[in-house]
Design a protein around this ligand. Sequence first.
Ligand code: PXL
Length: 274
Amino acid sequence: MKRLLTVQDISCLGKCSLTIALPVISALGVETVILPTAVLSTHTMFKNFTCKDLSDQIKPITDHWKSENVTFDAIYTGYLGTADEIDEMKKVFEEFKTEDNFIFVDPVMADNGKLYPAFDLAYAAKNAELCAAADIIVPNITEAAFLTGSEYREEYGEDYVKDLLKKLSQICSGVCVLTGVSLKPGMTGVMGYDVKTKEYYTYQNRRINAAYHGTGDLFSSVFVGSMLKGKDWRDAARIAADYTAHTIEVTLQNPKKPWYGVDFEATLPDLINS
Ligand code: PXL
């Protein structure tokens, strides 16, 4: 069985980051080792959330793993709390990177043209350093704009997306995948660029008119989990996009209309059986 390390916060309530990555990647049949970066009472879209930073635990925990000769087939980072934590993560990458594994960075920090409440421009610049150490990065358009110092646009064509990918390729020399890319009315999906082969890949799926928290984490978890199950990055991106869209649709049918996260628990059997 492949073994993945994922490094993100625990938002105790809210269905995002580790409370999505752990169940979803495990369900895909990949051993999922976790390194929590912080414990929050909820994700940061709730008011008055509490937050206990755990950055000082990264080194002792990873030192212990090193002494046990632990290795990983992939390392997947999501929401990290502080710029210092990103520095710690860069060291973890150096410690655990091998010729056979890969580093998957979701530079979670922003959406809809804005940084999340906990972050500023200095954090965005630090996040670019993390992306530089990755084999595959999966920013959304807002994050890509912050990473590359580009203008954020709500309306755009393929040229804008290709330009963002080209700028991202100056940061990450592996595979850059932009998420939330709408190239046709009523459609959304991904556009990726393999820096080594200079090949693009585009996948568009129906756009569902609803925004839920944690869907980026769901997408990334299925993406990296599928890669560890042997899928090529393009197939993994398509599987992740289809599953995320399906889960949003199922969530919309829930009469209780949860606003803070998606009902991935209801759709996981579909993912496993597909
Ligand atoms: O889903 C990304 C995410 C993860 N963790 C925390 C967040 C967010 C997005 O806002 O607040 C704590």
